[in-house]
Write a protein that binds this ligand. Structure first.
Ligand SMILES: [Zn+2]
Length: 962
């Protein structure tokens, strides 16, 4: 194969062409299919939410989801990559509601039929899915979009039903009532994990109020404290702690109890002034337990309005006496249940009171008003405003409430130890996630609320009926066939509302579906098997691909998708469904803040890729601290910087093709390691360095440490370009091939092709373009990862020592002392002496002489490397230095005169002093050769003339084309 010069293309050109090329030639499909099925490397794609648009964060994940599978494909694995879509759940519904102008849940079924609502949800999911493909293509990610699974697919949902039934029958799913975070706009419980993941806590200022509860048949009160005045209409008890001391205070004609330790803090007004009071007596909390008090609002019957003993009460907050509304607090709920106090709700699903003086009003609207009215009526001592982090709905922003809500739960507690055990089996990167974030998530996870009171999701496959004895019966369905057998009904679509219409009779009981739908995280957690419609289809395929080899997502997914995958699959299969989990950090904007359109702190990814290339963006991100789980601020200039450094590859390519074209050098088609056949230590060195870098990549890619794997790439490019090619230039200039020139070609070609192969997983476009241009091959991505070639340690050591001597030699030249002056690098010096254990052979010493510009290199035996330079400049050396300056001045003049590099010239030099003239006269032949001077002669009228100064002497130059 022969080469042409000037064949380099711009990144934007070849990147866009290659996307089409790969599609046309089905390169991705071929790369998968050429690997046997029994070498599967299983990658699970965490589906992005379909309503989102691709942004830097999703691109980052996509880049990793591309680089790692490409690497393992080259290593001989069959890595199928199928896109997935998360289609269900609250985000999709909020998205649809915005489009339809729906204000709250009550509009669904009234303003718009449920049927129309669901159909709109589905249509939106189909439309927005198409936005992604272009951007994912542009970043170079290979993934099968056409075979993408969707969580709203009929088959996917059937696998989810199957999983639910399996877990239910194993006793791992139960129905119960718990106090949960709840969004009143969306009228559904929200999981703490969801709120934590999107960091939906906000700083709120809320009133807290100190309320008097009058003990029955007494003139004494309990002073209780609450931060949620809106829950007071649902008050059913107050709680103290039996083993702490309470003081009965007399203040402004009223006697009331406060925990002794809290008295000083409580008895100050808003200006922190002490209120006047007397301590009447002190008693233990246990003496208060069991007393009855008069209801603040409605009377809730005999069991209510008692003082209870609660372990969670402390004197550190409030008064040491706590108001209890069991429907609206987790601890309250458990305490009241224990004490047989019924749970009472005064608020509907939209957060409006269903009774009393605030009936029909929203809890947050009257929260402050309730507190104020109690103070005004003398029923409360005071109000204090507190600032705290309070959870808001991660989707609609509504302030959340806690409320007791009947739900279906998965028993996490029962499988916690298994999950912990399995978590320890995972290869986490970075490793600290294992016993850090992941373990802590599992340790503290509550039972999982699987049910949502919504519409657009997999329907919960639970039917209920009441038998003749009045006992509730439950039937959980695990497949569409099972449902058909019972009901005779088969549907095209098992979403609500259609599935709600299916009813059946069994053993004399009439069953109807409960209205609840599934938490969409249960679907995400089911993707390893549901994507294959397991166990209804693809049984073998699933079993062979479980657990998966590799997953990657950003840090918050440790608490979300990774956790839910683990929960579902440990429940079903008693094992964690992934072997390696890579966790990356978050990309911040150029000011270090969260990327935000309103901050204007980032450039659109497509623009960035068009300006600097997709490869540069990939390279920067893959090599950044992000892949060590840390956050990283993305600066455009860093992408630009990477692009410039990667351009070293193209500069070497240009150099190679330019000379190969001139010399007609031909490549013999071999990609074999040439090391053994190479003679010139420069060639041996650069090939060894390349093989060293490849070893480094393999070592760290196998350990999923991407930044470390890539850390040697740019240093190698610098070595290859600024050392190997620079030192080898003259070898390509030679007119005759003495064998060495051929070796130089073979070496540089080998280095560039091998680079294209080992960089293919990271910068697939540049790698492909380079590979095709240098080999004419179909695709670098169809190659096997090459065996690591030989490394010549002796040459590596010698070159390292050579470069160290040069570095110190140049530094010595630059050093100024009292008697010495700084010496220009062009001024030749007499000698350099280095001290080391072993003498370098002539080849290296001549490199030193050339680089440091000394006439002679001498060696002294010694333990430590030391370098000294003889800076005594003799008259002869000085004249030689002047000669170098003259040559440089003439070269500049040639450029200014607009001459071509190979134009021969007529030259006339006129020196302003005798020393300079002598320097010119003594070195006439060298000057002539270096400046392509044909003859020295007086210049003609159209000659180019210029003047310069050398060592204080004037030099006039006149030249023209010969
Ligand atoms: Zn909401």
């Amino acid at each position: 194969m022969k080469f042409e010069s000037g064949t380099r293309r711009k990144a934007i050109e070849y990147e866009k062409d290659l996307v089409q090329y790969w599609k046309k030639h089905k390169t991705f499909e071929k790369s998968v299919e050429q690997r046997p099925k029994d070498t599967a490397y299983v990658f699970y794609d965490g589906p992005p939410f379909i309503t989102g648009v691709p942004h830097h964060g999703t691109l980052l994940t996509s880049i990793v989801k591309d680089a790692v599978p490409r690497y393992w494909t080259m290593k001989g694995k069959r890595v199928e990559r199928v896109w997935g879509w998360d289609c269900h759940g609250l985000p999709a519904e909020v998205f649809t509601e915005k489009k339809l102008g729906i204000q709250d849940k009550r509009d669904i079924g009234t303003k718009i039929s449920l049927e129309e609502y669901i159909t709109t949800c589905r249509d939106n999911m189909v439309q927005t899915g198409n936005l992604w493909e272009d951007t994912i293509d542009r970043i170079g990610r290979w993934v099968d979009f056409r075979g993408a699974y969707k969580t709203m697919d009929k088959n996917f949902m059937e696998s989810v039903w199957w999983a639910f039934k399996q877990l239910y029958e194993a006793g791992k799913i139960y129905e119960g009532e718990k106090v949960l975070l709840y969004c009143t706009r969306d009228a559904t419980p929200i999981s703490k994990a969801e709120v934590a993941m999107d960091n939906s806590y906000q700083q709120d200022t809320d009133p807290s109020v100190y309320v008097y509860f009058k003990l029955v048949d007494s003139d004494e009160y309990m002073l209780a404290w609450t931060t949620t005045p809106w829950t007071l209409p649902a008050n059913l008890a107050v709680a103290v702690k039996g083993d702490i001391e309470y003081s009965l205070l007399q203040c402004a004609g009223k006697k009331f109890y406060v925990a002794t330790e809290a008295v000083d803090r409580v008895m100050r007004d808003e200006k922190h002034q002490h209120l006047a009071y007397n301590v009447v007596k002190k008693i233990q909390g246990s003496e208060l337990v069991g007393k009855h008090y008069e209801p603040l609002f409605a009377d809730r019957g005999e069991t209510a309005h008692r003082v209870l003993d609660a372990h969670f009460v402390t004197h550190e907050d409030g008064t040491g006496i706590v108001h209890e509304a069991p429907a609206y607090g987790e601890e309250d709920y458990l305490l009241c249940k224990e004490n047989n106090i019924p749970v009472l709700s005064v608020v509907d699903e939209n957060g409006n009171y269903t009774e009393g003086q605030w009936q029909g009003q929203n809890i947050w609207d009257v929260n402050k008003e309730i507190a104020k009215s109690l103070v005004a009526e003398g029923k409360a001592l005071k109000i204090e405003y507190i600032r705290h982090e309070y959870p808001h709905c991660h989707r609609c922003g509504t302030k959340l409430m806690y409320r007791a809500h009947p739900s279906w739960f998965m028993d996490i507690d029962g499988q916690r130890s298994l999950m912990l055990e399995q978590n320890a089996e995972v290869n986490w990167f970075p490793e600290h996630i294992k016993h850090g974030r992941s373990e802590k998530t599992i340790e503290s996870a509550p039972d999982w609320n699987l049910s949502r009171d919504r519409f657009w999701a997999t329907a919960m496959p639970v039917w209920k009926g009441v038998d003749t004895g009045g006992v509730e019966q439950v039937k959980v369905i695990g497949s569409y066939a099972e449902l058909k057998e019972l009901s005779g009904v088969e549907l095209e679509d098992y979403h609500r509302p259609w599935v709600d219409d299916i009813e059946f009779d069994l053993d004399g009981v009439h069953y109807k579906r409960i209205e609840k739908v599934m938490d969409c995280w249960f679907e995400s957690g089911s993707m390893p098997f549901a994507q294959f419609h397991y166990p209804f289809e693809n049984k073998e395929k699933f079993e062979a691909s479980f657990p998966g080899d590799f997953i990657v997502e950003y840090v918050p997914q440790v608490r979300a998708w990774f956790y839910y995958l683990s929960a579902v699959n440990n429940g079903l299969f008693q094992r964690v469904p992934f072997k390696t989990a890579l966790v990356h950090g978050t990309i911040a904007g150029n000011d270090g803040r969260k990327m935000s359109k309103s901050y204007g702190n980032y450039t659109d990814p497509n623009e960035l890729m068009d300006t600097y290339s997709a490869d540069a963006l990939r390279f920067l991100l893959l090599g950044s601290p992000l892949l060590g789980g840390e956050d990283f601020s993305l600066q455009d200039k860093d992408v630009q910087d990477v692009q410039r450094k990667l351009a070293m590859i193209w500069n070497m390519y240009d150099f190679f093709t330019m000379y190969a074209a001139v010399d007609g050098w031909e490549w013999d088609g071999s990609l074999d390691d040439p090391l053994e056949k190479l003679q010139n230590p420069l060639d041996v060195w650069v090939v060894s360095r390349l093989h060293q870098m490849q070893t480094h990549i393999v070592q760290h890619m196998d350990a999923y440490n991407l930044p470390e794997a890539m850390s040697e790439v740019l240093p190698f490019l610098d070595d290859a370009s600024n050392w190997y090619v620079r030192r080898s230039r003259r070898r390509f200039w030679k007119s005759e091939d003495d064998g060495d020139k051929g070796d130089a070609y073979r070496t540089l070609h080998y280095v560039l092709v091998r680079l294209s192969i080992v960089l293919a997983p990271f910068i697939p476009f540049l790698a492909e373009e380079l590979y095709q241009k240098l080999t004419g091959g179909e695709s670098v991505h169809l190659l096997d990862w090459p065996a690591i070639g030989a490394v010549d340690d002796l040459v590596l050591d010698a070159m390292a020592q050579t470069r160290a001597v040069i570095e110190q030699g140049l530094a010595a030249r630059m050093q100024k002392s009292e008697v010495e002056v700084q010496v220009k690098v062009r001024q030749p010096l007499a000698s350099l002496t280095y001290t080391s254990e072993q003498r370098l052979v002539d080849f290296y010493e001549s490199i030193i002489a050339d680089e440091v510009n000394v006439k002679e290199v001498t060696w002294q035996s010694g333990v430590k490397l030391a370098v000294s330079v003889d800076k005594n400049i003799t008259r002869a050396l000085r004249r030689e230095g002047m000669m170098r300056e003259v040559i440089r001045a003439v070269q500049n003049a040639r450029k200014q005169a607009g001459l071509q590099v190979d134009d021969r010239i007529v030259l006339h030099l006129l020196a302003g002093d005798t020393e300079l003239q002598k320097a010119i006269d003594e070195h006439r032949e060298v000057i002539q050769a270096e400046t392509l001077t044909q003859t020295y002669a007086e210049a003609g009228e159209d000659a180019f003339c210029t003047e310069t100064t050398i060592d204080g002497a004037e030099l006039a130059i006149a030249l023209q084309k010969a």
